[in-house]
Design a binder for this molecule. Structure first.
Ligand SMILES: Cc1cc2nc3c(=O)[nH]c(=O)nc-3n(C[C@H](O)[C@H](O)[C@H](O)COP(=O)(O)O)c2cc1C
Length: 343
């Protein structure tokens, strides 16, 4: 056997690959100004990720194999049952946590209960029910806290997420109005409910003083739901008439990005001596690189969350979502191995 023949047996696609390299070299060029400057790339310090690499963490008292959260989305409409079942199955398979979409409907009517009833799919992973601050105000007025306890129990959830979304409600044609300060209502909910509580926005994030006020409460978690991704001010405007759009479109540009909010948390932590709530860094997180960057940079105990990026893959077969999450998790493990964050 000649030397060339034996080389071909060891590496049978070599000739084809070499030809590809020659043909594609020009098309592959990336300018220096397009490099991702968020990271140091350290190829000398690790091999490829191996099976024993552990990127998991204990979060909200439970072990997550992957530090990823499926942000609250849907329930109560045709396709929601499939979406929630797929998302819950992915959480069970990949060791992630999940917030349910607003469970308001279930307070009065069980027609759509099965859309939300995903404990059987998610196994022991964290699962949180979800209500808006307007419902918390109503419940607080009536003193009907038991209805929330019952909701969490029926869903076999680990606790409740309260979403605080004044811009969305204000712009939504059917939106609610509330007049109490959310921070007071949340304090009351903490006093009244013996369940784990998380507070979030819905896609515009929040400023320093709001974050600080939340961090000073004995909450279990804060989800940023920052701006930069799904924008519910814009979404409601898209559902509104032309006059509303013309007058209020600029409200959709109000808010804070997840990166800004991480800076705020890091600033807050400089003076803080007591425990901080666990953090779900979400809103505009497009992929594992965004998520890895934000959780690495954040000095608080954090995972990253995504809504619309999961939604895109959750509406069809479970296999489609499974393939997407698997690829994201593999990317995250690679990032953990080779990248550190520039401070
Ligand atoms: C279709 C859809 C429905 C949503 N419904 C809720 C909801 O019921 N309650 C809630 O707290 N947030 C809800 N959200 C907001 C998300 O939880 C998240 O905060 C927001 O979409 C920003 O994340 P993203 O940029 O990754 O999409 C919803 C988001 C989407 C895309």
């Amino acid at each position: 056997m000649s030397r060339d023949e034996s080389r071909n047996i060891e590496d049978p696609t070599a000739a084809e690959r070499k030809l590809d390299h020659i043909k594609l070299a020009e098309a592959s060029r990336i300018g220096g100004d397009q490099l991702d400057t968020r990271f140091y790339y350290e190829p000398m310090l690790s091999g490829h990720p191996s099976g024993d690499l552990d990127i998991g963490k204990t979060f909200l008292g439970k072990r997550l194999t992957n530090p990823i959260w499926v942000s609250s989305m849907t329930g109560g409409t045709g396709i929601a049952a499939t979406i929630n079942e797929n998302l819950a199955k992915a959480c069970a398979e990949f060791g992630m946590g999940m917030g349910l979409g607003s469970c308001r409907k279930l307070m009065h009517d069980d027609t759509y209960f099965s859309d939300f009833d995903v404990r059987k799919h998610i196994g022991d992973q964290p699962l949180y029910a979800n209500l808006g601050i307007a419902q918390i105000e109503e419940i607080s007025k009536d003193g009907q806290w038991e209805a929330i306890v019952e909701l969490v129990k029926r869903l076999q959830a680990n606790g409740l997420i309260i979403h605080v979304n004044p811009l969305q409600e204000w712009l939504q044609p059917e939106g609610d109005r509330y007049h109490s300060k959310p921070i007071d209502l949340i304090r009351r909910a903490i006093d009244q409910l013996d369940t784990s509580l998380i507070v979030k926005e819905v896609g515009q994030g929040m400023g320093y003083e709001s974050l600080k006020a939340l961090c000073d409460l004995p909450l279990d978690g804060i989800e940023f739901a920052a701006g930069g991704g799904t924008n519910f001010a814009m979404l409601e405007l898209l559902r509104s008439d032309e006059a509303m759009k013309e007058t209020y479109t600029k409200l959709a540009n109000i808010g804070h990005t997840a990166n800004d909010m991480v800076d705020m948390i890091n600033q807050l932590m400089k003076d803080k001596t007591s425990d901080m709530p666990d953090l779900i860094i979400s809103g505009g997180v497009k992929d594992f690189l965004d998520g890895y960057h934000l959780i690495s940079k954040c000095k608080g105990h954090s995972v990253y969350g995504q809504a619309s990026s999961f939604l895109k893959h959750a509406m069809g077969s479970y296999e489609e979502l499974q393939k997407h999450v698997h690829a994201q998790v593999e990317g995250l493990r690679l990032a953990h191995t080779l990248l550190t964050v520039r401070k």
